[in-house]
Design a protein around this ligand. Structure first.
Ligand code: HEC
Length: 249
């Protein structure tokens, strides 16, 4: 794996589009006022954000890891910024790394990996009755740490969105598992909405609430709560599956 080839997301995408001189001026000014805008290694302003293809061998923090942490860990009463249980906050890359639970390139020695794979019910995270992370989520987190635990983002705006034959088991359920099920399962599911059984999801799909929530339509709570909107392609795919009758396929 060649880590050098990986594009790193720029913090301020708008900077990518302005000429170098203004970038330099902006850097000086921002250094003078706040250090937040330029954190080391956060991005190369020369990389065009339109040109960040997803390499299937790379795990991208922003696309694949952050949604898992937000949905399962950065919840109220646990590891959101307000609660910061055990001084661990898992809502942004900076906070994840500052929580001292990740050792880049060494998943075995990373506390995050240890607690999600723990077999002792008193020690495992997320705590019961919350659902454990599934094998695929655990494998992604392991791979991300072992690839260096970088803040990576990819975007394939030119890849056409295939909305034919969307299956519940192959697409909808894994997407919900990553982005939603952490809050919407267990003994006290958020909003009393359960998203880890087909029949429950189908009911919400057919009464319009699922699409209303993920498309951030008026009159619905925007979901996933506290995170970025799902990509337009993922929303289109779910919509296509709903229009097919939300089958258990
Ligand atoms: C961090 C926790 C969290 C995550 C992640 C999350 N939700 Fe929610 N969701 C909530 C809470 C809390 C409510 C209840 C909000 C309220 O009633 O004020 C809610 C409400 C909803 C509702 C009802 C909305 C309405 O207005 O009728 C739907 C549908 C829903 N969520 C779907 C989803 C889907 C789909 C995802 C993933 C794409 C998701 N949620 C991710 C916490 C979460």
């Amino acid at each position: 794996m060649n880590h050098q080839r990986i594009y790193i997301r720029s913090k301020k995408r708008v900077w990518d589009k302005v000429p170098g001189l203004i970038v330099a001026l902006g850097l000086i000014l921002s250094q003078a006022c706040t250090h937040e805008a330029v954190s080391p290694g956060s991005g190369d302003p020369n990389v065009d954000p339109q040109d960040m293809p997803c390499d299937p061998e790379v795990v991208y923090f922003e696309n694949e890891i952050l949604p898992i942490l937000r949905s399962n860990c950065a919840k109220s009463g646990c590891h959101d910024a307000a609660t910061h249980e055990s001084d661990i906050i898992l809502d942004t890359y900076e906070n994840v790394m500052a929580s001292d639970i990740i050792r880049p390139f060494d998943s075995e020695d990373s506390d995050l990996f240890e607690v999600i794979t723990e077999t002792d019910p008193d020690k495992v995270m997320p705590e019961p009755p919350n659902q454990r992370l599934n094998a695929e989520q655990i494998a992604l987190i392991r791979q991300w740490i072992d690839q260096g635990a970088e803040e990576l983002f990819c975007d394939d705006p030119n890849t056409p969105c295939a909305t034919e034959n969307i299956s519940y088991s192959g697409f909808v359920a894994p997407l919900l598992a990553t982005n939603c099920v952490g809050c919407h399962s267990g003994g006290t599911p958020s909003g009393n909405i359960v998203l880890n059984s087909h029949s429950a999801v189908q009911t919400l799909a057919l009464n319009g609430r699922l699409f209303g929530a993920i498309s951030w339509a008026n009159g619905y709570q925007p979901m996933p709560q506290g995170s970025a909107k799902l990509s337009a392609c993922n929303i289109d795919k779910i919509n296509a599956w709903i229009n097919d009758g939300a089958p258990d396929n």
